[in-house]
Design a protein around this ligand. Structure first.
Ligand code: HEM
Length: 151
């Protein structure tokens, strides 16, 4: 259980922390100083690298999360925050898959074609989904941390 919890928490830190950095620090800083032909390739490159980390983290979270539920005695034995965490974890993983397959791909294609208006539109979509996933990730982490302290 210790190893599962460690992997679970480290994956949550990498995924949620990475989204917070990209959304709250990198994006506004790049917007403030770089014109679109420099900013959009930078964001496409940074997001492509980050999404590899996010996809691995999501897989680790889902696998270790389900393994912990089995270890703790099944769904009937775990507290209500775990039930909501399970649901939100899968929603987050689904949104990440959408992000990787649709807007990130659009962004990379538009950047390769130097189509800056299309690239900016794709990045706007990425931003919307990352905002939702960041909020869900913070709520889910709060649920995870409270799981063993509620009746
Ligand atoms: C399918 C998805 C998931 C499942 C099945 C799952 C399941 C679990 C379980 C069973 C625990 C242990 C609860 C306890 O000690 O009573 C836990 C803890 C935790 N989970 Fe999840 N989880 C999932 C997704 C996530 C996600 C997406 C995040 C954050 C982004 C997250 C963050 C945490 C945190 C921070 C803890 C607290 C660890 C501790 O302090 O012991 N989980 N999770």
């Amino acid at each position: 259980m210790l190893v599962l919890t460690l992997l679970h928490v480290l994956a949550a830190i990498l995924w949620v922390g990475g989204m917070a950095f990209a959304h709250l620090c990198l994006r506004p800083a790049a917007e403030a100083v770089l014109p679109p032909p420099l900013r959009l390739p930078l964001m496409a490159g940074a997001l492509t690298r980050f999404f590899v980390i996010a996809a691995i983290s999501a897989a680790v979270l889902v696998v270790t999360g389900h393994a912990m539920i089995v270890w703790l005695g099944g769904m009937a034995a775990v507290t209500w925050p775990v039930h909501i965490m399970l649901l939100l974890g899968w929603v987050m993983a689904g949104l990440l898959a959408y992000l990787l397959l649709v807007p990130r791909r659009r962004l990379v294609v538009a950047v390769a074609a130097a189509d800056w208006p299309q690239a900016a539109a794709a990045l706007k979509q990425v931003r919307l989904v990352v905002t939702i996933n960041l909020a869900l990730g913070l709520v889910t982490s709060g649920l995870g941390a409270s799981a063993r302290w509620v009746p």
